[in-house]
Design a protein around this ligand. Structure first.
Ligand SMILES: [Fe+2]
Length: 101
């Protein structure tokens, strides 16, 4: 695989991670407001994990002398029902695993 294609794919991964960070922080904010403290803190922790994943991809892009685009892949979903949030999070993580493998 050439360097440009690698940088492109790494930026795509960064985009997916940024979307996940935004979505999970949104869930954290809403759940915290609704009084679901424990679930809110879980989504915040997951968002921080996604930031660390982003950092790894960004470091690799810079190693390849590429530019980190920092563009989220998509808009977040505005959902206020905890059950629906969990469904969306599970679906997103399953899709991420399928993309990797
Ligand atoms: Fe991730």
């Amino acid at each position: 695989m050439n360097k440009e294609k690698s940088i492109e794919l790494l930026n795509k991964a960064v985009s997916e991670e940024l979307t996940a960070i935004h979505q999970y922080m949104y869930f954290h904010f809403v759940l915290d407001d609704l009084g679901y403290d424990l679930l809110a803190s879980v989504f915040k922790k997951i968002a921080i994990d996604e930031m660390l994943h982003t950092e790894k991809f960004a470091e690799r892009i810079l190693f390849l002398d590429g530019e980190i685009e920092m563009k989220p892949a998509s808009e977040i979903k505005h959902i206020r029902e905890p059950e629906k949030m969990l469904e969306i999070a599970m679906k997103s993580e399953e899709e991420a695993i399928i993309t990797i493998f």
